[in-house]
Structure formats: structure tokens, C-alpha cells
Design a protein around this ligand. Structure first.
Ligand code: GLA
Length: 380
């Protein structure tokens, strides 16, 4: 990302120098649809990020525009009515929630630029929420605790985008660490970094987007709550595999399938951490393959394009594992490769996926990056 572009454009539009903030998108090594079940996840922040240039104003107006998306928005911090039905709703959402939590904000002019592919399952919305929340708080002189910041982003997602998402995306956009995935316990919010510098992850974007994603996401969450109810528990986190097996025959089919995914996926995350820590990437790859199968057959959030992309990857030399990533119904797969030359993987995947679907996929070799920060102060 070229920082002088956003800085110069801001200065030209608003005739003052901005401060610039950055929050990353993410990949998730394993642990899908476990966060809202108070389970475990293993995401990592990536070098695709959203940048916000901003400067304060003397009133309570927020004006926001973007270098790569349409729409401009201006809203008064004293007026709670939602004016944005576009990406800008995330900005107004985090501003209103920060204020509600007692962080009084100053008016500001904001300019946004992002290289997180939009709607590809790399958490472009969390990157937007966290970069603007951090920018607005910092410009007003507030230091917000990292986990509280993540929860503010998540609340904006729930209230203003209508998706009852878990905490994973916002958490890792705040706390990401260069060269590390983060093991997060989504009940206690305890977390620890796990080095991934010995692993090569390549992301394949199917470019498929199925409209189902949001409604099915909320539906899955409700189905998991029903499954937890069946066991008399507040969340599936508390149900052991033995307990599940003992009673699964009495369960209706849908909650049974959803529960089996969540319970087995939680153990796969913990196993994956052991594999990474002991350098056993072959086992990590097998766990990723199992995760895909569980998401496909028990959780039913995959789709034809994701299954195909994962299958094509497993046919390639040097691939240790491949699975769909994120909420599902389109977006990306994550692929674990050995240390060889990855050019052939990129060429073959592009060619084979194109031949089968007519779509040229995007393939990214991501760097694992740090979390939200200020990248340029006024004096830089
Ligand atoms: C989306 C949500 C996350 C998480 C994943 C699935 O990315 O935002 O909270 O639930 O789906 O693991």
C-alpha cells in the first residue's frame, strides 16, 4: 500500500495533514464457526489491510469517503439515526457504539483506502470497523483496551450489518502479530501467539459469492444454540465428544450434524496448535482437510466452488492440506504448502479452476502481519 497516496489525497481534499491508521484482514488456519460457540479459533492477521487517514474538526460532524469504494457519508455524532446503507454503515456503527460506551468523540474528516479484497472472506468488514474505531478513538485522545475495541467492531456487525458474527475477525485485526497465528479461547478471551514462520499458506479466491451467506450464518448460529439447549448447556463448548456420542442418537438430525462439527472442530484447533508447535506440518494439513470435510458435510456451509478449489489443491504436488475458510458459501480456501517452489501451484490452480468453472481465481501468498496501529503521525 502506497501511504503517500492516501496522505496526499487527504491533504488535497481537506487542506490539512492527516494521521494514518491501519487494520489488517485475516486468514484462519482452523476453527471455523466455533467462535460464537465459545470455542477455539486460530486466525492470523495478513498484509492486506484497510487504511484510514483522519484529522479532527471543531464540530461533531464525521465526514467519510473512500478511495476505492463509492459513497460519501456525513453524520452528526449527536444524531443516532443511521444514514448509511453501504460500507459506511460500519463507520457510523463503530462511532455510535464508541460514544455509547463513554468514549466521547471529536468530529473528524476520514479518508479510507483498502487492499483487502472485498467480500472474499478475508474480513474486509472487520478491517474497516477496527481501522475506523481505532482512528476515531485515537484522534479524540482515547486509548481503548484491545478486547473492548474488538467487541465494539463486533457490535457494529450485529447491529448495523445484521450478522450475528463471532469475535474472531475483529479480535485478530486488533491483536495480530507478525509471523504468528493467535490461539483464542472465545469464552475466556485468553489467547496466545503460535509461530507460523515455518508454514506456507496460500489463499485461493474462488470469486464465488452466494447470497445465502448472511441468512445462513445467522441460521447456523441459531441451530448451534438449539443443539446446546438439547444438552442443557449454554454453549456447545461445554459438550464433550463422549457426551455427544452417548446422546446423539436421540437428537434431531440438523442439531446433531451442527454439534458434531463444532465439537470435533474445537479439538482439531487444539491438535493443530500442537502440530504447529512440534513442527509437524503433515498432521496440520490432515486436520485442515478434516475441517473442510466437516464444514461441508456436517455444517453445510461449503459450496461447489469451494469444494472444487480444495479438491484441485489436494491434487497438487507439495500441498499438505486445503480447506474452505471463513463463513462459507463462497470466498477463499486456505492451503498449506511445503517449502518447494510455489509458482507451479499458482499456475496449475489458475489453469485447472478456470477450466472447470470459466472463472480466473485470485491467488495470494500472504505475509502474516501485525494488528491495528498508527502508521503515520502528523509529523512524519
Ligand atoms: C465469519 C465471522 C466469524 C466466524 C467465521 C466462521 O468470518 O465473522 O466470526 O464465525 O465467519 O468461522
Amino acid at each position: 500500500m502506497n501511504l503517500s497516496r492516501i496522505k496526499n489525497e487527504f491533504t488535497a481534499r481537506y487542506e490539512t495533514d492527516p494521521r494514518v491508521f491501519r487494520a489488517p484482514g485475516r486468514i484462519n488456519l482452523i476453527g471455523e464457526h466455533t467462535d460464537y460457540n465459545e470455542g477455539f479459533v486460530l486466525p492470523a492477521a495478513i498484509d492486506f489491510a484497510t487504511y484510514v487517514a483522519g484529522a479532527t474538526r471543531d464540530d461533531r460532524l464525521i465526514r467519510v469517503s473512500s478511495l476505492n469504494l463509492d459513497h460519501e457519508l456525513a453524520f452528526d455524532l449527536d444524531d443516532e439515526s443511521i444514514q448509511a446503507d453501504t460500507w459506511a454503515k460500519y463507520v457510523q456503527g463503530v462511532a455510535l457504539i464508541l460514544e455509547r460506551k463513554g468514549f466521547r468523540l471529536r468530529g473528524a474528516d476520514l479518508l479510507i483506502d483498502s487492499d483487502v479484497p472485498f467480500g472474499a472472506g478475508l474480513s474486509s468488514s472487520a478491517a474497516l470497523e477496527i481501522s475506523t474505531a481505532f482512528a476515531l478513538a485515537s484522534l479524540s485522545g482515547h486509548k481503548v483496551d484491545g478486547m473492548e475495541m474488538a467487541k465494539i467492531g463486533q457490535a457494529a456487525e450485529h447491529e448495523f450489518a445484521g450478522v450475528r458474527s463471532g469475535i474472531m475477525d475483529q479480535f485478530v485485526s486488533v491483536h495480530g502479530q507478525t509471523g504468528h497465528a493467535l490461539l483464542l479461547d472465545c469464552r475466556s478471551f485468553e489467547w496466545s501467539p503460535v509461530s507460523v514462520s515455518h508454514a506456507n499458506f496460500i489463499i485461493c479466491n474462488t470469486k464465488a459469492k452466494h447470497n445465502l451467506a448472511e441468512s445462513e450464518y445467522n441460521k447456523r448460529r441459531a441451530e448451534c444454540e438449539d443443539a446446546a439447549d438439547f444438552f442443557g448447556r449454554t454453549s456447545l463448548r461445554d459438550v464433550t465428544f463422549d457426551e455427544f456420542e452417548a446422546r446423539s442418537a436421540e437428537m434431531p438430525e440438523i442439531p446433531r450434524m451442527r454439534a458434531r462439527h463444532v465439537i470435533t472442530e474445537n479439538s482439531r484447533v487444539l491438535e493443530a496448535v500442537k502440530s504447529l508447535r512440534s513442527g509437524d506440518l503433515t498432521s496440520l494439513g490432515s486436520l485442515m482437510n478434516e475441517s473442510h470435510e466437516s464444514l461441508r458435510s456436517d455444517f453445510e456451509v461449503s459450496c461447489r466452488e469451494l469444494d472444487l478449489m480444495a479438491e484441485l489443491a489436494r491434487q497438487q504436488k507439495g500441498v499438505l492440506g486445503a480447506r474452505m475458510m471463513g463463513g462459507g458459501f463462497g470466498g477463499c480456501t486456505i492451503n498449506l504448502l511445503d517449502d518447494g517452489d510455489h509458482r507451479q501451484f499458482v499456475e496449475k490452480m489458475t489453469e485447472n479452476y478456470h477450466r472447470a468453472t470459466g472463472i480466473v481465481p485470485d491467488i495470494y501468498e500472504c505475509e502474516i502481519s501485525g494488528g491495528v496501529c498508527e502508521v503515520m503521525s502528523v509529523n512524519d
